[in-house]
Ligand binder design. Structure first.
Ligand code: LLP
Length: 420
C-alpha cells in the first residue's frame, strides 16, 4: 500500500523505505539521521526526462540541492549531468568522476579567482552579468560560453527563491541582450548556450511556459550563430503537503517540446534542450528521522521537543515551508494536535505547528518528509550539535554515507579547524 506520494510505503503497521523498516532501523541507529532512497532518485530523474519527448534533451541535476558524494557517485554511474554553482562543487564532481562536458557552471557573483579555478576544470560557464561576461572574454577570448538571461517572469515557491523579474539579481535583462552579443563579438566568444532559471518550486507551469516564450524570442541565428542548446533551468515543483498534487509534467513537457521544435525550425537547427532540476530530483526521496524526547502540555497546547532542530533542516524556519511529519513508532495512536520543536535556543525553532498526528510519546521516532533537497545541504552546526548521519538505500542495501560525530569528536574537530 502506498501512503502519501514519496519514497515511503505504509503497510498499516510500519513505514518502509524499500525493504528497510524505518521503526526497526531507527531503534538501532543514532538519531537524527537522513535516509535516502537512491532508486527513487534515479526513477525521478529518468521520469522527468521522459516527460520531454525530444531527441536531445539533457537533464542537469542541480547539485546544490544535495551534494552527498555517495549519491553523486551513483548518479554518475547512471549518466546524470550536473549543474554546479561553486568551484568546490565543480571540483567535487570532477573528483567523483563526472566528465567536464557533463557539468555546467552557473555561478552568481563570481570572483576572478573563482573564474580561474573553474576554467582550469574545463567546464562550460553559464554567465549571468554583462560585467562577468566582459571579464571572462578578456581572460579567455575565443572560448565557448553560455549566458543566463532574466526571462522577466516572477515565479517560485516564495520571494526568496523567485530568481527572475526586474528586481532579481540574476541574469542579463532581456533589454541588454544586444550588449551581451556585442561583448561576445568583441572577444570572439562563442555563445553555445542560452539559459534561464525562473525560480524554485513553481506551482504554475504557465509561468514557466511564459518564461520559455520570452527567452526564445531573443534567440535568432544572427545574434546567436553558434548556439547549441537552450537551458530552461529548474523549478519543477514537488508536492510537500498530503493533499497537493504533482504538476502534470507530461502535459507541460509535450507543450514545451512543441514550442521548442517550432522555434528550432525558425532558428534553422535542432538545438539541444536542457533542464536543471534540483528539488524534483531529490526532495521526496528522503526523510530526516529524529526522536521525540519531551512532551509538554502548555495550557492545552501539546509541545513536542526533539533531538534535532532547524540547523539540521532549516526550510520550515527559513521559508515557512511545510514538511509532512510521520510518527514512525506509533502510527496507529490516537490523533492529537502537536507543535513539533527542535532543541536549539530559539523559539522559532519549529518543524511543524498544529499538526494532527498519532499520539507522540517521549522516545517515539518521527520522520520529517521531503528532506532530500535543500535540507542536509543547508544544514549547519549552530549550537554545536553533530550533523545528522546519512544513509542511502540502493538496490535494497543500506550504505552508510556519512557517520554522525560524537559530541566529543565534534568539539575536537572544532579545535582542529581553528588550529588549536
Ligand atoms: N538552476 C539554477 C541556476 C538555480 O539557481 C537553481 C536553484 C536550480 C537550477 C534548481 O532549482 P530547483 O529545481 O531545485 O527548484 N533552498 C531553496 C531552493 C533554492 C533554489 C536556488 N536555485 C529551497 O529549499 O526551497
Amino acid at each position: 500500500m502506498k501512503e502519501f506520494y514519496n519514497s515511503l510505503t505504509f503497510d498499516g503497521t510500519d513505514y518502509q523505505m524499500q525493504s528497510v523498516n524505518l521503526r526497526d532501523f531507527s531503534e538501532k541507529t543514532a538519531t537524527p539521521f537522513y535516509i535516502y532512497d537512491m532508486n527513487y532518485i534515479i526513477n525521478k530523474y529518468e521520469r522527468l526526462k521522459m516527460c520531454f519527448p525530444y531527441e536531445s534533451v539533457r537533464i542537469f541535476y542541480a547539485m546544490k540541492a544535495n551534494y552527498n558524494p555517495h549519491i553523486l557517485k551513483i548518479m554518475k554511474e547512471h549518466n546524470f549531468c550536473l549543474d554546479t554553482v561553486s568551484p568546490a562543487e565543480v571540483i567535487l564532481a570532477k573528483k567523483i568522476g563526472f566528465d567536464a562536458k557533463n557539468i555546467l557552471f552557473t555561478a552568481n557573483n563570481m570572483t576572478d579567482a573563482e573564474m580561474k579555478t573553474v576554467k582550469e576544470q574545463g567546464v562550460l560557464f553559464n554567465i549571468d552579468s554583462l560585467y562577468r561576461l566582459e571579464r571572462f572574454g578578456k581572460a579567455y577570448p575565443g572560448s565557448e560560453v553560455c549566458i543566463r538571461i532574466n526571462p522577466d517572469v516572477v515565479a517560485g515557491e516564495n520571494d526568496k527563491v523567485a530568481t527572475a523579474g526586474d528586481l532579481s539579481k540574476f541574469g542579463i535583462l532581456l533589454g541588454d541582450v544586444q550588449k551581451a552579443v556585442a561583448i561576445a563579438k568583441e572577444y570572439d566568444l562563442k555563445i553555445v548556450g542560452v539559459h534561464e532559471h525562473t525560480g524554485s518550486g513553481i506551482a504554475d507551469t504557465g509561468k514557466v511556459f511564459e518564461s520559455m516564450v520570452n527567452l526564445l524570442q531573443i534567440i535568432n541565428p544572427t545574434d546567436f550563430p553558434d548556439l547549441e542548446f537552450v537551458d530552461f533551468g529548474g523549478g519543477f515543483k514537488v508536492p510537500y503537503e498530503p493533499d497537493e498534487k504533482e504538476n502534470d509534467y507530461e502535459e507541460f513537457g509535450a507543450k514545451a517540446v512543441e514550442l521548442f521544435r517550432t522555434h528550432c525550425e525558425r532558428y534553422g537547427k535542432a538545438l539541444k534542450l536542457y533542464f536543471e532540476p534540483g528539488k524534483f530530483t531529490m526532495a521526496d526521496s528522503a526523510c530526516m528521522v529524529l526522536q521525540a524526547n519531551t512532551v509538554k502540555n502548555n495550557k492545552g497546547r501539546l509541545i513536542v521537543g526533539t533531538d534535532s532542530g532547524f540547523p539540521h533542516l532549516i526550510r520550515p524556519v527559513l521559508y515557512g515551508a511545510y514538511h509532512h511529519v510521520v510518527n514512525l513508532s506509533n502510527p496507529q495512536g490516537e490523533v492529537k494536535v502537536y507543535d513539533i520543536y527542535g532543541n536549539t535556543c530559539e523559539s522559532g525553532d519549529c518543524f511543524a505547528m498544529q499538526r494532527e498526528l498519532p499520539e507522540i510519546r517521549p522516545g517515539d521516532y518521527l520522520a520529517i518528509m521531503n528532506a532530500g533537497a535543500y535540507c542536509r545541504s543547508m544544514a549547519s552546526e549552530y549550537n554545536l550539535r553533530p550533523l545528522p548521519a546519512e544513509y542511502v538505500i540502493y538496490d535494497g542495501e543500506v550504505i552508510t554515507a556519512k557517520k554522525k560525530l560524537s559530541h566529543e569528536e565534534l568539539a575536537e574537530r572544532i579545535l582542529k579547524d581553528y588550529g588549536m
